[in-house]
Design a protein around this ligand. Structure first.
Ligand code: MTE
Length: 311
């Protein structure tokens, strides 16, 4: 029970602890909490560096860990919470491949050695029209990229999720069958300048706790100005490539999901508008902001690009 105590130390977290345990119920939670990966997520000095926008309120731990998209564990929002108890996020290693000096397989501990974990509060906007505000912990992906030393012709990165059908029941559903709509493993990609942007993080925890399985333990991407499907979970490979790599959703359904996937209220999804969103926990929909509200920081990456064509 030591970890519960550490949550109570800072006043920011007091409310979280109570609501989390009351709402979700102890048993479900204990079964989905993985063993501690990194003590720094429970650091008593833990503080958020980022200030919330006036109009934003943090979603609580229960919302963030019970309403998820992680098709490897099933297609319903509660499936990842219910079905991820057998997933083992430790030990973990990541394959580094392609146009990069430091190719090889690295233990997670070695990959993130010497890297300081920071606290980031980001909005996550899903293409289906909902959003959350999440206090992530992680570090800029750029720090890892610099350590790995990409070659000059590495223009894009591709990321891959682990393939373990024995632990991930959704992966037993074959692609193109009624309940199997995605090919495995899940892959995603970023252009090198997007990957190097300081807002792009690899996350290892949230709310002062190691990532739970349903959120992509032990290592997932978070790209706050793009639709949530870019934020690939449980990463086992990072590939440095020259050409735009394939990404799961834009391969399966290119008409509905583009490679760029920038949050854009002016480009509708073919089946629904993207102009508004429902913040989980709120009733009234709110207008969606260009680049999910991170335009000042990231719009220069797309200067001169037609964002209707490159959606
Ligand atoms: N990563 C993998 N491997 N599989 C998935 O199904 N879903 C994506 C993304 N990463 C997904 C994934 C989608 S659609 C969203 S909206 C976010 O994860 C949701 O992240 P969260 O459940 O932590 O909020």
């Amino acid at each position: 029970m030591k970890k519960i105590k550490s949550y109570e130390i800072t006043s920011e977290k007091l409310y979280f602890n109570r609501r989390f345990f009351i709402k979700a119920g102890l048993t479900g939670i204990l079964s989905s909490i993985s063993s501690k990966l990194y003590s720094f997520h429970n650091n008593e000095e833990y503080r958020f560096n980022y200030k919330l926008k006036v109009n934003d309120k943090l979603n609580d731990f229960n919302e963030i860990t019970t309403y998820n998209n992680f098709y490897e564990f099933g297609m319903d929002k509660s499936d990842p919470y219910k079905n991820s108890g057998n997933f083992k996020p430790l030990p973990w290693s990541v394959k580094i491949e392609g146009l990069v000096e430091k190719e090889g397989v690295l233990n997670l501990e070695d990959l993130i050695k010497d890297i300081t974990i920071e606290d980031r509060i980001y909005r996550l906007r899903c293409v289906e029209g909902w959003s959350m505000v999440i206090p992530w912990q992680g570090f800029s992906l750029s720090k890892i990229i610099k350590k790995l030393k990409p070659l000059s012709n590495a223009k894009y990165l591709q990321f891959e999720t682990v393939y373990r059908p024995e632990e991930m029941p959704g992966q037993k559903k074959l692609f193109n069958t009624l309940r199997g709509i995605l090919p495995w493993p899940y892959v995603e990609g970023l252009r090198m300048d997007e990957a190097m942007h300081p807002l792009t993080i690899l996350s290892t925890g949230l709310y002062g706790h190691d990532l739970l399985n349903q959120n992509g333990a032990p290592l997932r991407l978070v790209v706050p100005w793009k639709y949530g499907f870019k934020s690939i979970k449980s990463i086992v490979a990072i590939r440095f490539v020259e050409k735009e790599p394939s990404a799961t959703w834009s391969t399966v359904n290119p008409r509905e999901y583009g490679f760029y996937s920038n949050v854009n209220p002016n480009v509708d999804h073919p089946r629904w508008s993207q102009a508004t969103e429902r913040r989980i926990g709120e009733f009234k929909r709110r207008p969606t902001e260009m680049f999910n509200g991170y335009g000042e920081e990231v719009s220069h990456l797309y200067n001169g690009m037609d964002l209707i064509k490159y959606y």
